[in-house]
Design a protein around this ligand. Structure first.
Ligand SMILES: [Zn+2]
Length: 257
C-alpha cells in the first residue's frame, strides 16, 4: 500500500512536470519565441530558479505570485501541472503492458499539448497532429494489431470525419457562422482510429457535452465568439482510452431490459 502511494506520488510529480513543460512550450511557440533557454517571469522577465520551478509546490508555496515582482502567476500554469499529474497517474493505473503504457503516455502528453495550444490560440499545430499520427502507426505495429481490425477502425474514423466535414461545410453555409475547425476533424480522424465506430460515436457525444460545459459560460461572458473544441475532444478520447470497458458496459446496459 505504502509502495503504491510512493509510486503514485512519483508518477504525479513526473506528469505535473510534463504538464508544466508542455504549457511552457505552448506559450513560447504562440509568442514565436525559442523553446530553448531558461524560464522567465512573464511580468518582470527575471530568470526563474529551481525553487520557482517545482511543479505544483512552487505555485502553492509562493501563493501563485512571482517571488521577485509579486505579480500573479497565470493560474493556467498550476492547472496544467495538476492535469498532467492526474493524467500520468490514471494512465499508469490503466495500462500494465510497458509498450502500451509508453504509447499512451506519449499520446496523452501530445493530446495535452494540443488541448493547451488550442485553448490559448484556437489553433492546432500541424506537427503535433503528424506526431500523433506517427504514434498511431507505431501503436499498430508495437501492439501487433490485426490489420483487418486496424482497417475497420480507420474506415470508421474516416467515415465520422467525412460526416463532420460535410456538417461543417453545409452548416457554415446555412447559418453563416463559423463552426468547428477542420483541424478538429483531423484530430478526430487520428484519435478515432484507436477505437471502434461505436466507441467513437460515444466519444463525440462526450466531447460535445464537455464543450458545452466550458463553452456556454465563455460565450455568455461575450469574451469569445467561438470556443476551442480540441480540449473537449482530447478530454473525451482520454476518458475513453482509460475507461472504455466501463463506459461501453454502462452504455449497453441502458438498452438491456
Ligand atoms: Zn516577476
Amino acid at each position: 500500500m505504502r509502495n503504491k502511494l510512493y509510486i503514485g506520488a512519483i508518477l504525479f510529480f513526473c506528469g505535473s512536470a510534463m504538464g508544466s513543460f508542455l504549457n511552457c512550450i505552448c506559450d513560447r511557440m504562440i509568442r514565436k519565441e525559442s523553446i530553448l533557454g531558461r524560464s522567465r517571469c512573464t511580468e518582470c522577465s527575471c530568470v526563474l530558479e529551481a525553487i520557482d520551478l517545482i511543479p505544483v509546490f512552487s505555485f502553492l508555496f509562493l501563493k501563485g505570485r512571482c517571488r521577485r515582482c509579486g505579480k500573479k502567476i497565470d493560474p493556467f500554469c498550476f492547472f496544467s501541472e495538476i492535469l498532467g499529474g492526474l493524467m500520468y497517474v490514471l494512465i499508469c493505473r490503466r495500462f500494465d503492458c510497458c509498450r502500451e503504457l509508453a504509447i499512451y503516455l506519449i499520446s496523452g502528453s501530445t493530446m495535452l499539448l494540443i488541448a493547451f495550444y488550442d485553448s490559448k490560440s484556437m489553433l492546432i499545430p500541424d506537427w503535433a497532429m503528424i506526431f500523433l499520427l506517427l504514434i498511431r502507426i507505431v501503436h499498430c505495429f508495437l501492439m501487433k494489431e490485426d490489420p483487418v481490425v486496424f482497417l475497420i477502425r480507420l474506415s470508421g474514423s474516416f467515415l465520422l470525419s467525412l460526416f463532420l466535414s460535410a456538417f461543417i461545410f453545409y452548416g457554415e453555409r446555412i447559418t453563416g457562422k463559423e463552426m468547428m475547425g477542420y483541424g478538429d476533424v483531423v484530430l478526430i480522424l487520428i484519435l478515432g482510429s484507436f477505437m471502434d465506430l461505436q466507441e467513437n460515436l460515444l466519444t463525440m457525444f462526450l466531447s460535445s457535452l464537455f464543450a458545452m460545459i466550458y463553452g456556454i459560460p465563455m460565450i455568455k461572458k461575450k469574451q469569445f465568439h467561438c470556443i476551442p473544441f480540441a480540449p473537449a475532444i482530447c478530454l473525451a478520447y482520454l476518458i475513453m482510452f482509460l475507461y472504455d470497458r466501463q463506459i461501453m458496459h454502462f452504455y449497453l446496459s441502458l438498452f438491456q431490459k
